[in-house]
Write a protein that binds this ligand. Structure first.
Ligand SMILES: [Zn+2]
Ligand SMILES: [Zn+2]
Length: 87
């Protein structure tokens, strides 16, 4: 048995950074199907659904991968706070 290596931690934080950037993009993106990020519109819909749904065992939410769910859960409050501040 080995303890988690720094490399694994780095990799994990890199995933989170990527997911955060992706979510940031999804929140701002208005290009929809023409976005160069291929699945942007699809991911945006899944994200918007996830932000509003929160139902356990939901098939749509289940499609969002676990790492993304974790990152979104963290960002969820921040996004809500941002919206509350903007309105
Ligand atoms: Zn986009
Ligand atoms: Zn759902």
């Amino acid at each position: 048995m080995r303890a988690p290596t720094p490399a694994q931690d780095e990799n994990l934080s890199r995933i989170h950074t990527t997911v955060k950037e992706e979510i940031d993009h999804l929140m701002k993106c208005t290009l929809g199907a023409t976005c160069p990020f291929g699945k942007c519109a699809q991911n945006r819909r899944a994200l918007l659904h996830y932000l509003q749904c929160g139902a356990r065992g939901c098939v749509v939410c289940d499609k969002v991968n676990t790492e993304k769910n974790k990152a979104i859960a963290k960002l969820r409050k921040a996004a809500t706070a941002k919206e509350a501040a903007a309105s």
